[in-house]
Design a protein around this ligand. Structure first.
Ligand code: NAD
Length: 249
């Protein structure tokens, strides 16, 4: 039985995870963490983990980067594993997560869906095969409540493509401020925010008179919740280290 602290338990993702874990006999939520403690849950909810005296195997975090430093300290002090799903972390926070992985198992993915991680392996292959002949652009679309842009997933896809390219690309986010042609060696990354779109990521490889497009569409938030619960179970008996979807798949 994997014992979980759910950070951001009263948010959109937190509520989906609460429902799925309540139907899962292999894990339980022993405590919720949220600055909003006004929602009634079947488990205790605290605004700070200083008020939790129990013990958990893993924290699943879908909250906000403002919470990240405290979580990292808590995990290091208590030996609790961490599934970090919150996006928009700073470089310093990413490096603190690397440090933490020397003490406890840490699983991080800006996108917990199996499908997105599959398209990453496809676009890596495409990038390696098409380098130099095709322009690469990434378009991501999300609901109008999303705060960070571009999405953590779009950046993750760009980093994975970059990893395959011999000539390291420049990421270009904003074309309106500079009037010049695109260079060969760039990846354009574009964010669309509207309505209730759960998440769409499309990678376009455009060459001379031919276009290849690889696209993933998330139809519900459940795919991320399922992936994060699997990740929590996956790292619950692992030794310290940094884990990702690649390890789990
Ligand atoms: N990795 C993935 O697959 C994936 C998928 C979906 C969302 N996300 C990310 O997860 C995060 C949460 O997404 P959401 O849609 O559930 O957002 P949300 O705004 O609905 O929920 C966030 C919750 O965290 C709480 N919170 C905010 N700041 C806090 C703090 N300092 N301490 C404790 N609790 C705090 C809020 O009160 C809220 O209940 C975002 O960063 C989002 O981009 C990641």
């Amino acid at each position: 039985m994997t014992k979980i602290i759910l950070s951001g338990c009263n948010g959109k993702m937190g509520r989906v995870i609460t429902r799925l874990v309540s139907q899962d006999k292999d894990c339980e939520i022993v405590c919720g963490l949220d600055i909003n403690t006004s929602v009634a849950n079947e488990y205790p909810v605290v605004a700070s983990l200083e008020n939790f005296n129990g013990k958990a195997d893993v924290i699943i975090d879908f909250s906000n980067p403002e919470n990240t430093d405290k979580l990292i300290k808590y995990c290091k002090d208590t030996g609790t594993g961490l599934v970090m799903a919150t996006t928009g972390l700073s470089d310093a926070q990413l490096s603190s997560l690397d440090d933490l992985s020397e003490y406890v198992p840490v699983f991080r993915s800006a996108n917990m869906s199996l499908g997105v991680n599959l398209i990453i392996s496809l676009v890596r292959k495409a990038a390696a095969a098409l380098e130099g002949d095709f322009d690469i652009e990434i378009i991501e679309k999300h609901h109008n409540q999303k705060i960070d842009a571009p999405s953590g997933t779009a950046l993750m896809i760009a980093d994975e493509i970059s990893d395959e390219l011999r000539d390291k690309p420049e990421y270009v986010y904003d074309r309106h401020s500079v009037r010049k042609k695109r260079s060969e060696n760039e990846i354009g990354i574009h964010a669309v925010r509207c309505g209730t779109i759960v998440g769409e990521h499309e990678v376009i490889f455009a060459g001379n008179d031919e276009i290849i497009s690889v696209k993933h569409t998330a139809m519900s938030k459940e795919i991320f919740a399922v992936g994060s619960i699997r990740a929590a179970k996956f790292i619950s008996d692992k030794k310290s280290g940094m884990y990702s979807m690649k390890n789990m798949m």
